[in-house]
Design a protein around this ligand. Structure first.
Ligand SMILES: Cc1cc2nc3c(=O)[nH]c(=O)nc-3n(C[C@H](O)[C@H](O)[C@H](O)COP(=O)(O)OP(=O)(O)OC[C@H]3O[C@@H](n4cnc5c(N)ncnc54)[C@H](O)[C@@H]3O)c2cc1C
Ligand code: FES
Length: 260
């Protein structure tokens, strides 16, 4: 883990109100980055201490040959707003890589990804890794409406991309988790990232429809974070093996190990 200054080289609007922010990053960081990991971005100039805390963002993509990393930022508040307001050529203070990663088991060939909102980000990185390993990927993404979905052009062509919208303006009319039962027999593993209510309904759908503990489900849990390095204990997740930090032990956990 290290702190580095990136230079913003590109910004691109996505999902209605969010931005893909691309910046320079050290080669060793780019080569080491894996899906599920995140970076902690300082959402202010260094000399100004408000807002004080860094903000965590999943790695959305890396291009080691070009020296670039991309994150997807939804400007919920001042921190995210400050980041998306940076112009091309601005400096950005980044700490990372942080956290663990999604783990594709050696024997898995069929991977189901279930994303909601900005949970699309780490799953897209995972889909790219899986396609590079010639694995079969179905990527289910849910959003409030068509404009809040990730454009299909962002998804690798080998991936089956299936969308659900709450208002029915694109794809399945309803929650993305309604689609999950159709894929549970096919999938060797499920990977999920999204808001809390999505996890709740994913868990009930999986428990009601799978045989035993297969497929296993890995979830990337979003906790509010302060230090991002395991020091403040502000991001604890209760698991069957005790309390774990989301920033160091996570953010990816086995769904069956989390105390929901
Ligand atoms: C491991 C990890 C990975 C993450 N990856 C991404 C990512 O790839 N892209 C991304 O956009 N965000 C991601 N987040 C969430 C992101 O860190 C927060 O949205 C950000 O810290 C909010 O900072 P802010 O200053 O913009 O908003 P704040 O000023 O902190 O909050 C403003 C308002 O928005 C609400 N809010 C803040 N965060 C969220 C949220 N996640 N969902 C719903 N409401 C929220 C707050 O409750 C508050 O009401 C991730 C979080 C974690 C822990
Ligand atoms: S954010 Fe401080 S311990 Fe995780």
């Amino acid at each position: 883990m290290r702190e580095f200054q990136g230079i913003i080289t590109a910004k691109h609007p996505v999902m209605g109100d969010s931005w893909l922010m691309t910046f320079t990053a050290p080669t060793e960081v780019l080569h080491a980055a894996r899906a599920g990991q995140f970076v902690n971005v300082l959402p202010r100039e260094r000399a100004v201490y408000d807002p004080l805390l860094r903000r965590p963002f999943s790695v959305y993509g890396v291009a080691p040959d070009e020296g670039l990393m991309t994150i997807l930022v939804r400007p919920y508040g001042r921190g995210g707003g400050w980041i998306v307001d940076r112009n091309i050529g601005s400096e950005i203070d980044v700490m990372g890589l942080l956290g663990n990663r999604f783990d594709i088991a050696p024997r898995s060939t069929h991977l189901l990804m279930v994303g909601g909102g900005v949970g699309a980000a780490p799953l897209l990185m995972l889909a790219r890794e899986a396609v590079a390993r010639k694995l079969s990927v179905t990527y289910l993404l849910g959003a409030a409406n068509a404009g809040a979905l990730l454009e299909a052009s962002e998804i690798p062509g080998e991936v089956e991309y299936v969308v659900a919208t709450e208002d029915g303006s694109a794809g399945y009319h309803g929650f993305v988790t309604d689609l999950v039962p159709d894929y549970l027999q096919w999938a060797d593993q499920v990977f999920a990232c999204g808001p809390g209510p999505m996890f709740e309904s994913l868990r009930s759908v999986v428990l009601a429809n799978r045989m035993g503990k297969r497929p296993s489900v890995q979830v990337s849990v979003e906790r509010t974070m302060a230090c991002g390095v395991g020091a403040c204990l502000g991001c604890m997740v209760e698991t069957k093996r005790g309390m774990k930090t989301s920033c160091v032990d996570g953010p990816v956990f086995d769904m069956d190990m989390v105390q929901w």
